[in-house]
Design a protein around this ligand. Structure first.
Ligand SMILES: *Cc1c(COP(=O)(O)O)cnc(C)c1O
Length: 398
């Protein structure tokens, strides 16, 4: 059997300590690093014990689709870091968002969402929700008057992303939380771009936080994963049964990778954010570029909101290249260091042309509504020397 180490003492630890030690349980062997319990099932001492455990009358593991010790260590560590009561880890970020939206929803419910959302999330809202008899109202995420109009009717959930993909728009978390609560709903924040290091939505009034752990938590491009964080009772009432019986659970191997990823996440995210800041400032004076969008720069149209709810500017920036699609593609083709990829939050700097890749499935009008045209490139700044990253961009643009 495993035992909790120093149980109860975790509450007083500071974030960097929680990231290294939070949630750790050790087996009878006393291993230093967290063990990888790569098993699907569990055995019991007796049929009485099995029956009691399956009835929920006795604590303990049953089956890794429900819970697994390595996955549990990750869930507890992330919950402590986020300041959430509990967490459920999932096989991908989209499994988290799908479970979060579908498990609690009922026909006749309404969801309010900004157009500036991750494209697979838009797909669920457009294609899955109507089939379930759920109405979706779309707003401009950064326009509070639009939110107020949308919240004149009851709403079950609002779901936001801030900074958003790909133009790093800000949504005022506290204001949208208040409006959502007044309409009888709960606010879900997809906090992937900021990461738990730079932004804490629950402290700003959000009810739920969802992650793709594929991004900054893994941070080295190895595993897919996701997480749902919220109040224990809410998870039990709204999420748990659906999660157990439909199988979106995270694999123990992936949980072990991201559990170890959390130990270095603070260092990585802060360094990537510093690098991104330097690169954004340097590109702002480049005459091949018409605009730089970086949440940490005062020329970002939503800088004040970002500054009020997010620490630093994060690892993502977008640039608008003079000469449109042709010039943007030409620059991508000349890069020597930065990789062309739709992933983000990685130690390797990655760049993509959103209008023809990640946002390809949106209609022209939908892209226009979020201000995305063919001139934009989205850069995820990694851990390389920022001089090398900047020089690669400058030679590619020149
Ligand atoms: C990547 C991402 C997702 C989806 O996560 P997966 O792990 O790829 O399923 C959701 N939201 C945002 C903001 C993302 O960047």
């Amino acid at each position: 059997m495993t035992k909790e180490t120093k149980a109860g003492s975790t509450k007083t630890w500071r974030p960097q300590t929680l990231m290294v030690r939070g949630g750790t349980t050790r087996s009878q062997y006393g291993e230093t690093s967290e063990a990888l319990y790569l098993n699907s099932g569990f055995v019991y001492d007796s049929p009485e014990q099995q029956s009691a455990r399956m009835a929920g009358d006795e604590p303990g593991y049953i089956y890794s689709r429900y819970a697994n010790p390595t996955v549990r260590m990750f869930e507890e560590r992330l919950a402590q870091l986020e300041g959430a009561e509990d967490c459920r880890a999932t096989a991908s970020g989209m499994a988290a968002i799908h479970t979060m939206l579908v498990a609690p929803i009922k026909p006749g419910d309404r969801i309010v969402a900004p157009r500036q959302l991750f494209s697979s999330c838009v797909w669920i809202l457009k294609n899955v929700m109507p089939k379930m008899g759920v109405d979706v109202t779309w707003v401009d995420g950064s326009d509070l008057a639009d939110w107020e109009r949308a919240m004149a009717k009851p709403c079950r959930f609002s779901i936001i992303e801030t900074p958003s993909n790909p133009l790093l728009d800000a949504v005022d978390i506290r204001a949208v939380a208040d409006l959502t609560h007044a309409a009888g709903g709960e606010l879900i924040v997809d906090n992937v771009f900021a990461s738990p290091i730079l932004q804490k939505p629950l402290a700003l009034g959000a009810d739920w936080v969802v992650y793709s752990t594929t991004k900054h938590m893994d941070g080295q491009g190895r595993t897919l994963g996701g997480a749902i964080l919220g109040k224990t009772q809410k998870i039990v009432d709204d999420i748990q049964q659906y999660y157990r019986h439909t199988g979106p659970s995270m694999s123990p191997f992936n949980a072990w990778v991201v559990l170890k990823g959390l130990e270095t996440m603070d260092l990585r995210v802060r360094r990537m954010s510093d690098n991104a800041r330097q690169i954004a400032d340097r590109l702002a004076t480049n005459n091949k570029i018409t605009a730089v969008r970086y949440p940490g720069r005062s020329d970002h149209p939503h800088h004040n909101i970002h500054a009020s709810q997010m620490e630093g500017g994060g690892s993502m920036l977008s640039i608008s290249v003079k000469g449109g699609l042709e010039a943007a593609y030409a620059a991508l083709n000349k890069l020597n260091l930065i990789d062309i990829s739709n992933n983000l939050g990685d130690s390797k700097s990655l760049i993509t042309h959103p209008a023809t890749t990640t946002h390809r499935t949106l209609t022209e009008d939908e892209r226009a509504a979020i201000g995305l045209d063919n001139t934009w490139l989205r850069l995820s700044v990694g851990l390389e020397d920022p001089e090398d990253i900047a020089e690669d961009l400058e030679q590619a643009l020149g």
